[in-house]
Design a protein around this ligand. Structure first.
Ligand code: COA
Length: 158
């Protein structure tokens, strides 16, 4: 059974949409978390798309930003493009809470499905998605071209 957010170890988190002033912090976490971090341009572009959301997790209202998620809501589908938590804030429920927040916003806006792609080698992320009820529906061979790494495509009914 899924634990409700308010009894999650990350219950102290609050969420808000990112603005231009948050991009530096997002890029910091991005650099910690990814071999090929998103550029400033890419992050800023997501702030401008009507269908895109960049949601931040803060350590309490106005507290330090400890993670973020980028997702699109298009028709009846949430598509998660990116989720990361700061290295110092890992394994305390930030990633899980961000995923649940995105799913809940999707549900409120009529989405029935959530989809994402993840590197085959990304055990922490795959474990998180499986724990949340995502299932593998396919593989995109060599999707991450630089390392010739496959993407696992995962889906969850909302
Ligand atoms: C993947 C990531 C977002 C997880 O964030 P997190 O805040 O540490 O995750 P949570 O604390 O919410 O973990 C929730 C569950 O996910 C699974 N999980 C998370 N990290 C894990 C790890 N390193 N190993 C195994 N399982 C893990 C566990 O089931 C965990 O539940 P538990 O702690 O009760 O065992 C984080 O590791 C990260 O930012 N990685 C770098 C960026 C990245 O790869 N993002 C995914 C892109 S597709």
């Amino acid at each position: 059974m899924r634990r409700p957010v308010d009894s999650d170890p990350a219950a102290g988190l609050s969420f808000r949409r990112a603005g231009r002033e948050d991009v530096d912090r997002v890029l910091e976490i991005e650099k910690e978390g990814f071999l090929h971090p998103w550029s400033r341009e890419l992050v800023e572009r997501e702030l401008d798309h009507a269908w895109s959301r960049l949601l931040l997790a803060e350590d309490g209202p106005g507290g330090a930003v400890v993670g973020y998620i980028v997702f699109w809501i298009v028709h009846d589908e949430v598509h998660v493009l990116n989720v990361a938590s700061a290295v110092a804030a890992r394994r305390r429920g930030v990633g899980r809470a961000l995923m649940i927040a995105a799913e809940e916003e999707g549900r409120r806006r009529g989405a029935r499905l959530s989809t994402l792609e993840v590197r085959r080698s990304n055990t922490p992320a795959i474990s998180l998605y499986l724990a949340l009820g995502y299932r593998q529906i396919g593989v995109r061979p060599n999707y991450y071209a630089e390392e010739k790494e496959d993407a696992i495509v995962m889906v969850k009914q909302l």
